[in-house]
Ligand binder design. Structure first.
Ligand SMILES: [Zn+2]
Length: 148
């Protein structure tokens, strides 16, 4: 089994601490937590990207994020919860996973400033038009019964 995420799902890696599981997802503690309770939600089926997933897995991830958020709030009383995911070359498990992180004021977690100058903030209307044009082009995606 080459995929690190699949190995975690199947408990083939050391230090796998499952905090929640159902038919579609496994939720484990991050081995390098940003704060205590930092949890990863992994799909049991191998998917690498969010946009490759089936509806049941997608719904299960969102539902699990609610369950984990509620548990984190009860256990840690955080100031907030940050939910995030990294795709493509930024996905270090080569398997879809969502981070659910309890946050505290002053914990240092930050949305970093871009180091590449792009001035995208000056082209918001053009950006919106790109989306609208592309959605018209790929209309069949929205008519896919698997997506409705
Ligand atoms: Zn996998």
């Amino acid at each position: 089994m080459d995929c690190l995420g699949c190995r975690i799902v199947n408990r083939l890696e050391p230090h796998v601490h499952v905090v929640y599981e159902n038919d579609h997802v496994v939720c484990v503690l991050d081995i390098a937590p940003f704060n205590e309770g930092h949890t990863l939600i992994l799909t049991k089926k191998h998917f690498r990207e969010l946009d490759e997933m089936d509806q049941k897995s997608l719904a299960a991830i969102m539902n699990a994020s609610v369950t984990i958020s509620k548990m984190l709030k009860r256990i840690y009383k955080p100031d907030g919860i940050t939910v995030c995911q990294n795709g493509g070359i930024f996905n270090d498990l080569t398997h879809y996973h969502m981070h659910v992180i309890p946050r505290f004021q002053g914990d240092g977690f930050r949305w970093s400033e871009p180091v590449m100058e792009h001035k995208a903030e000056t082209r918001l209307a053009e950006t919106r038009n790109k989306f609208l044009e592309e959605m018209r082009r790929i209309r069949e995606v929205w008519e896919d019964p698997n997506l409705s």
